[in-house]
Design a protein around this ligand. Structure first.
Ligand code: CP3
Length: 341
């Protein structure tokens, strides 16, 4: 029997609700901090298949989530396309050279650097029981492009947006290069053992409606169509953070199998306005999980009730914060496990 997460992503309204949390493997776990201190840093961990598999499994052992998400990062695709990647302590990612003109073809691509990640998938899957779904992921072309163009996280993603207006052909070519590397990367994750994939579009919310159609919806639709063609049994979760009222169009036009919604969306609005039958994933505020108490359990129940009539995967609206107490995660799990439609 496949687990309740995979069943839900395939469109069945299952209770108890499956639950996993974005960034569930990470700094809020003492066992993660310990292994990270031994190995030196985040990227060292991500490319060490045994360590990365161990980290993938840490939150499963501790909490028994229904999904294990591959421990890696969306920025390994720019690395495979030939950019240097490193993390500045306390600041965030850096990529060089920054592609301010979009000239990615001058880079030398190194697809082989991704091989250890597929080994992480194999090692993780081999240690999971059949009820726990192995999730793969990648960034969406737009969100990955924002980092490649700026060379770092950027306010309002201005460098990529500006390039998209100044030189749409160059920007389209960059988007297509990311799209094609991402397709290959996800197919290889699937062949190594992932059973569903999530596309993280963390910066979908910064685009005007026309740009959203061209740089979020169109590339995602092409990627989803090719994935469905090549690996038809594997559900694709789209997570276009910050999309607001554009969410129903995103779901209809991209063909994703399930949609992640962030914490700014009213779950009652989402339940009513998203296409019927589409599984929804979300959308507890990560800061409510950090704060805890009775408000946490009430907030979780409100979301569970709102999505009662359609398939629902419980998750946060964005990644779990590093200062989140373990006891709050335990309390949330108890609430979600106890809930019945
Ligand atoms: O969800 C998971 O547990 C799977 C692993 C995962 C990571 N990053 C691990 C990670 C996933 C799915 C991501 C996605 C990711 N990475 C996104 C999209 C989702 C989002 O959060 O918006 C983005 C934009 C990135 C790029 C990135 N990687 C940033 C901005 C940072 C933070 C930099 C910092 O110094 O905190 C990272 C690093 C990163 N990726 C960490 C983890 C656990 C922190 C690593 C550490 O310091 O130990």
């Amino acid at each position: 029997m496949p687990g309740i997460l995979l069943e839900t992503l395939k469109g069945r309204n299952v209770t108890p609700r499956p639950i996993w949390l974005m960034r569930q493997a990470g700094r809020y776990l003492p066992e993660y901090r310990e292994l990270r201190a031994q190995k030196g840093g985040f990227l060292e961990l991500a490319y060490d298949s045994e360590a990365a598999a161990e980290i993938t499994l840490q939150p499963i052992r501790r909490f028994g989530f229904d999904g294990a998400i591959l421990f890696s990062d969306i920025l390994v695709i720019p690395q495979a396309l030939g950019q240097d990647l490193w993390f500045e302590a306390g600041e965030g990612p850096r990529l060089a050279p920054a592609l301010v003109d979009g000239a990615w073809s001058a880079l030398e691509s190194v697809p082989k650097i991704l091989d250890p990640i597929f080994e992480t998938v194999r090692l993780s899957r081999a240690q999971l029981d059949n009820e726990t779904t192995m999730l793969g992921f990648a960034g969406s072309p737009w969100t990955v492009a924002t980092y490649m163009v700026a060379g770092e996280g950027s306010k309002d993603q201005a460098p990529a947006r500006e390039l998209s207006y100044r030189d749409p052909a160059a920007f389209a070519s960059l988007i297509e290069a990311i799209e094609s590397a991402t397709l290959d990367y996800l197919v290889k994750q699937i062949d190594a053992g992932v059973e569903a994939v999530q596309l993280f579009d963390s910066w979908a919310g910064s685009l005007s409606p026309d740009s959203y159609e061209r740089w979020v919806i169109a590339p995602t639709a092409r990627l989803v169509a090719k994935l469905h063609d090549l690996r038809p049994d594997v559900p694709v979760i789209g997570f276009p953070k910050g999309s607001g009222e554009k969410l129903p169009a995103y779901v209809r036009e991209t063909g994703v199998d399930a949609v992640g919604v962030d914490e700014t969306i009213d779950p009652i609005w989402a339940a009513k306005n998203l296409p019927a039958g589409i599984p929804v994933q979300g959308n507890l505020d990560p800061l409510l999980l950090l704060s805890g108490g009775d408000a946490l359990n009430k907030g979780a129940e409100k979301i569970l009730e709102a999505f009662a009539d359609r398939p629902h995967v419980f998750n946060l609206g964005h990644g779990i914060g590093q200062h989140t107490p373990i006891s709050h995660v335990e309390s949330l799990l108890a609430t979600v496990r106890a809930w019945r439609a």
